[in-house]
Design a protein around this ligand. Structure first.
Ligand code: CUA
Length: 328
């Protein structure tokens, strides 16, 4: 830690310049200050009100301090001192805090009492990925993983649980966060207002790869969302290499709908290659990343449950990679 701090202190500000594009990329995808959802907007408004209030109060306190130190030293009456304490020390903080309380309470989401949501999505957090299933009108679920798709302008209810430790579910651009707790089901609602691609994260420390547990969030126009869900519902198009996928044991943990691979331990891979990223929002999907992932998943994600496939011949790993890349 001390070493890292020393390195950071020795850094010239110019060294941060290459980070600028990275930071600006984060701004739109994962920032509660650039809201794209109803709840996030309320949170952002509260933040800006608090920030402005902080500046005003800081200026007042600094002004009084400067006056006390540098101002003309005229004797004050006891009556003036009493009034100053009553107004500045009692009335002003009470009124300010009461106003903030009323403003804050008014921001509480009213969906707690509201009617049914437009869509229900079941989210299960696991070390270190997200099982995501879309509830159909008949109650059946369309299984997916590590990438969330939502319709803009509609309220989605999330049914959240965990299989191992406490995680937390947060899409800063869309709203607040909620803990995801084993043995318990939490409900949460979000209403995205703008189409776009955002970033969701786990925001409760859950193990060595806590920081590698993210998920892209794609908000569609409502019609586009229905089309996406219809294609996600389809089984896989049985690409070449399925026998190897089964004989290597992949199907014991992973499901590829429409094939004999029906494992429920790991993520559903039916339309894996149509996702934006792999390993829970941490790496782009390409042959290199898939190859090194199969060789040693823990190198990319410490403490991951998936075993290494180092024992497979290189040619078979390559064949598995092309099979996965075909799962569109
Ligand atoms: Cu899951 Cu942190």
């Amino acid at each position: 830690m001390a070493e890292g701090q020393r390195q950071f202190r020795g850094m010239k500000p110019i060294a941060l310049v290459p980070c600028a594009p990275l930071l600006s990329a984060c701004v739109s995808e994962q920032s509660m200050l650039h809201p794209a959802g109803e709840d996030a907007e309320a949170v952002a408004n509260l933040f800006w009100l608090m920030a402005a209030g902080t500046v005003v109060i800081w200026l007042i306190v600094m002004g009084v301090t400067v006056y006390a130190v540098l101002g003309k030293k005229r004797p004050k009456t006891e009556r003036f001192a009493d009034r100053f304490i009553l107004i500045g020390g009692v009335a002003f903080p009470s009124i300010t805090l009461a106003a903030l309380l009323v403003f804050g309470l008014a921001l509480l989401p009213d969906w707690v009492r509201a009617g049914t949501a437009d869509l229900r999505v079941h989210v299960t957090a696991e070390q270190y990925w997200w099982r995501i299933a879309y509830e159909q009108p008949d109650g059946s679920l369309v299984q997916s993983a590590n990438e969330l798709h939502l319709p803009a302008g509609k309220t989605t209810e999330f049914v959240l649980t965990s299989t191992d430790v406490i995680h937390a579910f947060w899409i800063p651009s869309l709203g607040g966060k909620i803990d995801v707790i084993p043995g318990r089901t939490n409900l949460w609602r979000l209403k995205p207002t703008e189409p776009g691609v955002f970033r969701g994260v786990c925001t409760e420390f859950c193990g060595p790869s806590h920081a590698l547990m993210a998920f892209p969030v794609v908000v569609h126009e409502p019609g586009d969302f229905d089309a996406w869900l219809a294609s996600e519902r389809q089984p896989a198009s049985e690409p070449e290499g399925h026998d190897l996928f089964i004989s290597s044991g992949c199907g014991a943990c992973h499901a590829v709908r429409g094939t004999s691979a029906g494992g429920a331990v790991g993520s559903d891979l039916t339309h894996f290659a149509s996702r934006r990223s792999m390993a829970a929002g941490t790496m782009p999907i390409n042959a290199d990343n898939l190859g090194t992932w199969l060789l040693d998943p823990a190198r990319h994600k410490p403490d991951v449950r998936m075993p290494s496939y180092e024992s497979l011949p290189q040619a078979e790993r390559d064949a598995l990679v092309s099979y996965l890349l075909d799962l569109k």
